[in-house]
Design a protein around this ligand. Structure first.
Ligand SMILES: Cc1cc2nc3c(=O)[nH]c(=O)nc-3n(C[C@H](O)[C@H](O)[C@H](O)COP(=O)(O)O)c2cc1C
Length: 180
């Protein structure tokens, strides 16, 4: 199973990146992971598209198209999807054929606060409707108080959370197989 990963935070010290690293570890060799970058995308503008699709957008579109499934590891910004990720999704939404269409998807969100990205996750699901991306409903992964779950090196060490990630992958693998 080939999973394309989109990380909504551009920070090197991102909690969400740490959770992605932990997810990779618990999944081990049951799947392969590839990260899709979008930090080199221009801000979306129709005028740019008129000249042609930017190379980085085409690159990510290809990566999505070649993947069996997509997982978003992302924070919540101002109760919604971080701007950089939203910009990437706006660009990808213009591609034909639509690479997200019919793909299985999952959302894993972490925040230091109490709500664990819940508000962002429902916005992202709404965007997924337009993209025809099939998000798995359950189990949801909304990791709150996330800073306290990491060790001093920034690695996710909380056993209960690691167990939840393991269960998430088991369900997501089943979900992906059903859609194949
Ligand atoms: C612009 C901005 C908006 C934020 N809005 C929220 C928010 O709505 N809800 C929340 O729980 N945390 C919010 N935060 C705090 C982030 O959850 C926190 O910075 C988190 O560490 C970001 O994820 P990362 O570590 O993966 O980069 C916000 C942070 C920034 C920079």
């Amino acid at each position: 199973m080939k999973i394309l990963v989109l990380i909504g935070s551009l920070s090197k010290t991102s909690i969400n990146r740490s959770v992605y690293e932990a997810y990779r570890k618990v999944v081990g060799d049951q799947a392969s992971f590839e990260e899709g970058r979008f930090d080199d995308f221009p801000l979306y503008n129709d005028d740019i598209l008129e000249v042609g699709t930017p190379v980085p957008v085409e690159r990510l579109g290809r990566q999505i198209g070649q993947a069996d499934a997509v997982i978003f590891f992302t924070p919540e910004y101002n109760y919604s999807v971080p701007g950089g990720l939203k910009n990437a999704l706006d660009w990808i939404s213009r591609l034909k054929p639509q690479p997200f269409a019919g793909k299985p998807g999952a959302i894993i969100g972490s925040s230091p606060g109490k709500v664990g990205t819940a508000r962002m996750q429902y916005h992202l699901r709404q965007i997924g409707v337009f993209l025809d991306l099939y998000f798995m409903n359950k189990p949801e992964v909304m990791i709150s108080g996330a800073k306290s779950l990491l060790d001093e090196k920034g690695e996710l060490v909380d056993e209960a959370t690691l167990e939840h990630l393991k269960k998430h992958f088991a369900k997501f693998a089943e979900f992906t197989a059903k859609l194949a």
